[in-house]
Design a protein around this ligand. Sequence first.
Ligand code: NAD
Ligand code: 0WE
Length: 287
Amino acid sequence: MIIFDLNYDKKSFLPIAMLKLFLMSFLKDKKFLIVGVANKFSIAAGISKSMADQGADLFLSYQSERLLKKVSQVGDPLGCKNYYECDVSDDDSIDSLIKEVEAKWGYLDGIVHAVGFAPANELDGNFVDVATREGFKIAHDISVFSFTALAQKAKYLMKNRNASLLTLSYLGAQRTLPNYNVMGIAKAALESTTRYLANSMGSDQIRVNAISAGPVKTLAASGVKSFKKMLSYNESRAPLKRNITTEEVGNAAAFLCSDLASGITGEILYVDAGFNITAMGDLSEVN
Ligand code: NAD
Ligand code: 0WE
């Protein structure tokens, strides 16, 4: 007797998509706060989609009122009912976000931090000539400290429930490349923050990891000079000979935030089509 034939009857009482969801939902009944969706191109939007596909409930925070429409266009189709404005450079703003999450849910299974910013003038030119003290402070406050601030303020909602924190890094933390400048230094500090938070929150059974993503054309990348060239460069040199998608980052994020990754903490996982393991390309551009 055939009980479930996935291809049998397109009009069967249980839609196939629902059945698949039921069969593979490793974030079922888990609740996540996602910080950093700006629009459908955001890495955090790809993460939201993958996590919702695995059954997670989402709470999306956004930087300012003007983004709410675009952010709800991402969240609504995923069943998200919770949106809240939060500027991560402002402690009171983080406090009221966490209070809102507590009021709505009472607990949290994890936070995704997908926020990065440096003033535009820091990201255009030779590092030694363009670096400023103010730019350094802003980049580190928004791109690095905000991760610790969220962890600190939301810890009581996540304690002893195998929760997990995730942030987004980039290879510029480990290697130099043109124009990334102070953001590379900030990402190095963010990767170190991931290890320090992992060590200090382990006793609360909270895991802390980062994904180092390959370049993706998002809002944050749109103002960057020669970004198209960087995409081509990565595409031609990466072992997989292509760039990555936000859905691929999303799937790795869903895994890291799930119980499937219960033994992984303090880790930086590359989702970059393998670009980071290469050197010298295929030598086709030299004589
Ligand atoms: P994005 O522009 O879609 O997302 C960046 C987000 O940061 C936006 O939602 C923005 O509103 C938010 N943000 C900035 N300042 C904020 C503040 N003060 N308070 C609250 N939110 C603030 O771009 P993205 O590329 O999806 O960036 C997400 C993360 O991924 C960043 O950490 C970025 O460094 C990292 N990353 C990006 C790439 C890439 O090539 N796009 C590659 C690797 C890592
Ligand atoms: O982390 C990032 C984005 C970082 C970013 C981008 C901007 C542009 C607009 C942070 N702050 C700002 N501030 C702005 O005013 N990436 C990994 C994408 C990225 O950004 C680059 C890159 C790559 C790759 C900037 C210079 C060089 C390479």
